[in-house]
Design a protein around this ligand. Structure first.
Ligand SMILES: [Zn+2]
Length: 327
């Protein structure tokens, strides 16, 4: 573990210690607080001794995302007690249920657009963020977002839900799309670990067919128009890399029948058993042939093609597709 990350954990633990000590002065029964204080001291002593983050049973590194979730974790997943294993499984199941509720409704009515998304965690929970935000049914425009937090599992899914909360709070608050991205980047920098960042495309689609779109280091958005593909190449830094990153936007006019296709790299970086990637070129070929089909059909044919290509067990990441078609 790098010195910088160790320092960050030490800071978090010291803060926690202070809060616990304050709580102890107010609590009537302090036994539980004292137990927690002992746990914090044990973790701090390990940092001093240089063996922080190692499983106390096998001395192998503990999964980083579990440490991020609970800096006082003492054992790797393989060496949890049966009770702890069950508790972990219950937590993950709860996280999965909560995450499912963060997805946009399937039957959203959008002003002169049809939408479809496919959201598929690799494990129980996903680090992908997929959202469509409408202000009200009579609105002339709506927001769409597809993003991908680095890593997988619980830590990534927690950051995904932070992004969800940020976008849901700030979209429609009068900020321009650039300002929105810059504000969310700053909040994300402050809220997340230095080891985590997120790539993401966000945009506003208007009833007229005009879209404004901004890209933070994510797979390029694609516009499918009469058998031709337009790759929108304006892109900035991923969210969480630096607090003062600036973002640009790109504006496009979509006509009736044109489709915007967004995806996460769980699609293009899926591989065959011999390691050959699905890749953007294969995706572009598929989309060119499918320019007149509905969003549902387009997503289905894309997923079918992916399965044909990778065969069994080709997936290794969370996967999200979003298709928006101008009617
Ligand atoms: Zn272990």
């Amino acid at each position: 573990m790098s010195g910088l990350i160790e320092e960050m954990f030490a800071r978090q633990l010291e803060e926690r210690k202070q809060r616990l000590q304050e709580a102890a002065t107010r609590a009537s029964d302090t036994r539980q607080i004292h137990d927690l204080l002992e746990d914090v001291d044990r973790a701090l002593a390990k940092i001093s001794a240089g063996n922080y983050g190692l499983c106390e049973s096998c001395h192998e590194p503990i999964e980083p995302e579990r440490l991020a979730f609970d800096p006082m974790t003492r054992y790797c997943v393989d060496h949890l007690s049966e009770t702890e294993q069950h508790a972990l499984e219950r937590d993950i199941d709860l996280a999965r249920q909560m995450q499912t509720r963060l997805l946009p409704a399937r039957d959203l009515i959008l002003p002169s657009w049809t939408s479809h998304f496919h959201y598929e965690p690799f494990g129980q929970v996903s680090g992908d963020y997929c959202d469509i935000i409408t202000r009200d049914s009579s609105a002339e425009s709506f927001y769409f977002v597809v993003g991908d937090v680095t890593g997988k599992g619980i830590a990534a899914s927690l950051l995904m839900s932070q992004l969800h909360a940020m976008f849901r709070t700030l979209a429609g608050s009068g900020l321009s799309l650039c300002e929105l991205m810059e504000r969310i980047n700053r909040l994300f920098c402050e809220a997340s670990l230095t080891t985590h960042f997120a790539t993401l495309v966000s945009g506003i689609a208007h009833k007229s067919g005009e879209i404004e779109i901004s890209n933070a280091g994510h797979c390029l958005p694609l516009i499918i128009r009469q058998g031709k593909i337009d790759r929108l190449s304006t892109s900035g830094l991923p969210l969480g890399v630096t607090c003062d990153a600036q973002y640009r936007t790109e504006t496009k006019e979509l006509r009736s029948g044109d489709t915007l296709f967004l995806y996460t790299d769980g699609l293009t970086e899926s591989a065959t058993q011999s390691g050959e990637l699905y890749g953007e070129n294969r995706l572009l070929d598929l989309l060119k042939d499918a320019s007149s089909v509905s969003p549902v059909k387009l997503a289905e044919s894309c997923l079918a093609d992916l399965t044909r290509f990778t065969g069994q067990g080709g997936r290794s990441d969370d996967l999200t597709l979003m298709v928006l078609r101008k009617e």
